[in-house]
Design a binder for this molecule. Sequence first.
Ligand SMILES: Cc1ncc(C[n+]2csc(CCOP(=O)(O)OP(=O)(O)O)c2C)c(N)n1
Length: 341
Amino acid sequence: MVRPVVTASQSTPDKRIEPDAPELVETTSAELGPLYRQMLAIRRMEEASAKAYSQGKIGGFLHLIIGQEAVCVGAIASLRPEDYVVATYREHGHAYAKGVSARAIMAELYGKKTGCVKGLGGSMHIFDKSKNFLGGYGIVGGHVPIAAGAAFASKYRNDGRVTLCFFGEGASTIGGFAEGLALAALWKLPVVLICENNQYSMGTPLYRSLAVEDVSLRALAHGMPRDRFDGDDVVKVKRRIAEAVERARTTGEPTLIEVVTYRFRGHSMSDPGLYRTKDEVEEWKRRDPLGRCRQRLLDVGMPEGELTSLEDDVRAEIEDAVKFAEESPAADEYLPYVVKE
Ligand SMILES: Cc1ncc(C[n+]2csc(CCOP(=O)(O)OP(=O)(O)O)c2C)c(N)n1
């Protein structure tokens, strides 16, 4: 059963930017090539970590983003290096797109000293201050006020930075989300709140957890601009998020954006995903954003040979990251761990 979407109240001005446009967004191979490279590297990194996890080389939980890569890659491509990103436990791809190396991420997953959190954070706590990647959080929705706080600091310092905050549709029912949203709107904080609606919170489909399935409508209660579109086309994601980033940077106004997407695998490695039919998963795989991006790259004129060498380069990068993680020393065993500058 799919419930009808409730329309916005007439008394609240709806600052939705533009209706969703189904047609392809114009691009060039110079723009699309690097985006495809990042999406492919994230896909290969996630596949390599799934393999290592099933071999017992990675402990704890492991939440993969396979199928959703266009969202973090497109969104983060609209940022400057000094901008901040705050994400959930499904954040390996976001960290990579923000500039954290595959070596540092993979070593962190392996619990090695050379990881970006010295092997003590693991999969859900990737963090890299030097790249302005502010985590990696395991408490659903608990990181939204943290993102509002980072944006508050930018406003206070007048440093012109923007914060992107990623979360799932399940997080939109949590108190931390409501508090972060309210403060961002009230104080006009330069933050873009991005709901990656992959349609399931663990095994719960969205129609069983949300009375109103359009998460972006929450913006209306706060007089905040909103947007909602599908996450199949990485260039579209980049363009639409860039509008919100620009607004945050120039006017300090926050935006709530919902990107509809799909995860191909279970919630985490221990989830066989029995709550979805094979047909449903196959249908979404057919519109795989990675495959579409590859085809688009050929369509806009990247020669096959160039594409193959890009893909070889990605394979080598991820193989190197795995080797690096395997050969690195284990994290220090004893806590409390004192981080020295
Ligand atoms: C406060 C809190 N409640 C419950 C959990 C257990 N939990 C972990 S992930 C998750 C589902 C969240 O779904 P969603 O926000 O849609 O993100 P997705 O995993 O789909 O990316 C839940 C309930 C948690 N980590 N934190």
